[in-house]
Design a binder for this molecule. Sequence first.
Ligand code: PMP
Length: 426
Amino acid sequence: MLYQRSSSLFAEAKKYIPGGVNSPVRAFKAVGGDPIFVNEAKGAYLYDEDGNRLIDYIASWGPLILGHAYAPVVDAVIDKAKKGTSFGMPTEIETELAQLTVSMVPNIDKIRFVNSGTEACMSAIRLARGYTGRDKIIKFAGCYHGHSDSFLIQAGSGAVTFGTPNSPGVTQGTAKDTLLAPYNDLESVKALTQANRGEIAAIIIEPVAGNMGCIVPREGFLEGLRELCNREGILLLFDEVMTGFRLAKGGAQEALGINADMVMFGKVIGGGLPVGAFAARSEIMAHLAPEGPVYQAGTLSGNPLAMGAGLAMLTQLNEHPEVFESLADKTEHLYEGFDNVLRKKGIPYQINRFGSMISVHFTNAPVMDFETSAKGNNETFKKYFHGMLEKGIYLPPSAFESYFLNDALSYGDLDETIAALDALDL
Ligand code: PMP
């Protein structure tokens, strides 16, 4: 395939935008080569600026769970846009989306809409601190909770892909309040809580991690965190930016049967428009302005386009929850196909999967935390990524990312993807 126009658009972009992109992972730094510029997308397919058709496994990094340009979402956006794009005043649709969300997700009474997953996590932490009167938080190495200062400590996703899990610009003062534990290691969390008794406001976690590839929580790990939080008066925060409305109607809380004290959303909740949200029981949310003293605000928060898209998306998922099973079945099919092909090739590999999240690491050892994820062979990953791209399959351009299946993918698309892998020389 030719990607000439993409390359020249990238060269032009680099003159005016740092690195030519508005979010680092898009730049292909981990895999080399120039990124693909998209012209349009429909269903499971991307159409790039060179006229290539690509089968898409990132779905805008998760939001487009029903495929690109999903008609009810597009129609809702057009309909809303005609009536005004933002008012900075309350609108009825905000309550409609809030009500629907609260009805779908366990254990929450109230929700506040923001504009991104970053904002959701940043604000949730402030609320957790305001509520508990404590300063410190525990996060897990390799988890990514957006780019706000407290989280750029051993962060996953683009932060680690670009070699800056601890970003310059984050002050010592901020960093000292973020304590770190390895994912899936309950004992080290217990040790941290012992050493910082009465000082920890929250434990924040991706209940199924997707920012060091896909990492599944070990049996008993999240249950152990729940117990520990109950005992120590710590809030358990589930970052469901990836898992929310993807693993089940009620996200990871429902899929794994564990209650969090606060949940953060992004991606699917906005149907592809900029939406994030954080939610909890009334007692906690009552501390948020204007009801309570913890401040948080947003000029474009709850704007009608974003709310319209979110409402159209969640209404569909709420009325057709069988989509979650359909997605998990498709992911299983891809898993089995990849597993057969890679086994035949005789190279070291691990495939992690949960629901419609899946990733491949080229290593022998089970991948269960950041350390084991980082052992994957990046040279093989590069060959795999570019080989698949050559065959029209668009995968995440870094091993530190999960793939996101969308329900527009047909079994024919999945088989084409498996055949592409089969034909690769790794
Ligand atoms: N939390 C998680 C788990 C994420 O995966 C991401 C983004 N990939 C974020 C937070 C940040 O969301 P956003 O990019 O919308 O700011």
